[in-house]
Design a protein around this ligand. Sequence first.
Ligand code: ATP
Length: 640
Amino acid sequence: MTSRRPDAPPAPHGLAGCAVRAAGMVWRAAPAHVLGYMAVTLVGAAAPVALAWLTKAVLDGLAHGRTTVLLGLAVAIAVVTTVAAAAAHATQYVRAEVDRRAALRAKDELFAAVTRFTGLARFESPAFLDRLRLAQMSAANPGRLVDTATSATRSAVTVAGFVGSLALISPVFTALVLLSAVPALFIELRMSRRRVAMLWRIGPAERREAFYAQLMATADAAKEIRLFALGDFLRLRMLAELRTADAARRRTDRREFVVQASLSALSAGVAGVGLVWTILAAGRGELGVGDVAMFVAAVTGVQSALNIMVSAGVMAHEQLLTFRHHVTIVSAGHDLPEPRDSRSLPALRRGIELRDVWFRYGEDHPWVLRGVDLFIPHGCTVALVGLNGAGKSTLVKLLCRFYDPTRGAILWDGVDIRDVPPETLRSRVGAVFQDFVAYELTAADNIAVGDLGAAQDRTRIERAAREAGVHDAVAALPRGYDTLLSREFDQDPEDEADAEDSFAGEPASEGSASGVLLSGGQWQRLALARAFLRSDRDLMILDEPSSGLDPEAEHEIHSRLALLRSGRTSVVISHRLGAIREADRIVVLGDGRVTEEGTHASLLADGGAYARLFTRQAAGYRDDVAEPVGASEAGTGVAR
Ligand SMILES: Nc1ncnc2c1ncn2[C@@H]1O[C@H](COP(=O)(O)OP(=O)(O)OP(=O)(O)O)[C@@H](O)[C@H]1O
């Protein structure tokens, strides 16, 4: 179901540069193993040539009745055969170790680069995500580059050894065998470029296939999939994507099959002609028995080694084309423009000003903010109100500099936040996002992610949990703060290993994960605890901090948050207008601009959009209160 997509945007790195980089990376990851690998590879390469010469000597000895040398030759053949077999096993082991070490390093390099990106835009770009997927594929086995390089070297040694022997018998035929490999090399290189281009084209289909598979296999989506009976729908969509990708792979495989079969027929033809010529020459007495055996071994050896060299070259080419995505990501510049003068950010004294801020998520996206002018005074709570999609969350993302305004500026005590490193800005901000993350970590770690410096400080973590009103719930968990908040992983890695063991024999008892899940409101309190852990920061952002809380909890949490915010600068977003009526300033966003601004009382008095929203919400609560005895004040039924 994928439409045809253009080939990969040109990566700025040449293949030679990528090859040097890959070699350097593998070398730094496992220098001793690379040397060992090369050594056993060379031994493995020399063995067939040695065996061919020894066999020729045995046959010549037999033909000329020189039996005294036969014992020595037989022992030599036995030794070479044994060493070759041992070298083959050693090669396998050392190669696997080089692969593991190089993969570790490549992954480290790749994800260090990914986590260095300071903005969000790249993670919302399908082309970047496709590139990342291919980079991950190449990071999984960069050692294969060494593998292909050494197998090419080994084949080169074999070719050199046999070519010398073959040239002694027939220089013309030797040239013919070597020349027959040249077109193969060019044709195969062209095919490898096509294969990599095909991998790029099917990237979106493969990512969608993985997405559907993931949906069907995770607990998060399991409820809806079962209730709405989405299983078949998702499975069929997954299969459709897989078929699309398979069709593209099949077309490439077919083309390669035809080309490779033709190339094999060509080399078989060359070998056949040579064999006929040798046998006829031996019949005429121009060549001995040993020469015929040597010729057959040499032609077979040269052709198969040339084949291996060509395929190794092609594979290396293909791997380098894929590795180029890794290099492109690892050496990508900053996603947000670097600060012009990297100044430090002073503690907030006056306030934060949004000056004529315009923003859209991309050039082909509609404007979300169209000239927002807003001042967030130091020590004040500013509440953002507006209909769904008005741009409230977008505005706080700009405050954290996840994106830069398309036009206009955000000034922190007069300093443009683009002039300070994003990490400096963010170290001064605490936040609870609307779409906070429920990490599959322990309860303590889930709170500590708010400030990793507190990870070992249980007192701070417990204090934050108490302030967020979640301490009792966490303490009551099977392992208290050390309880894993997940049903996907076992509490102890050993348990997973045990399950694996039992799976080999009897099926493990399914549904026996030792972690637990929290309720939605409890998760929200944990997210709040992260914010409490950062309560000393200059700016606190609370985007729908209480949407999942019960009314009592909401009231309690807002009282605590009011305490947390007092004297601090904060921006609060909430659709529950009762919860933000105490804010120092309420700002209404509409049509991408600030349409109203004031206190709760002044906005109600103005009778604008805020008054309309508040009155409508309050009416809903009042209707449900069955005329309480003595209820006289209009505002008492409003949720607070
Ligand atoms: N990452 C994104 N990429 C593209 N468009 C986005 C992105 N995030 C939000 N938008 C769009 O920006 C607009 C504003 O979204 P935003 O989340 O800021 O609204 P909001 O006022 O917080 O809404 P709500 O009250 O529903 O939470 C919406 O039209 C939305 O579709």
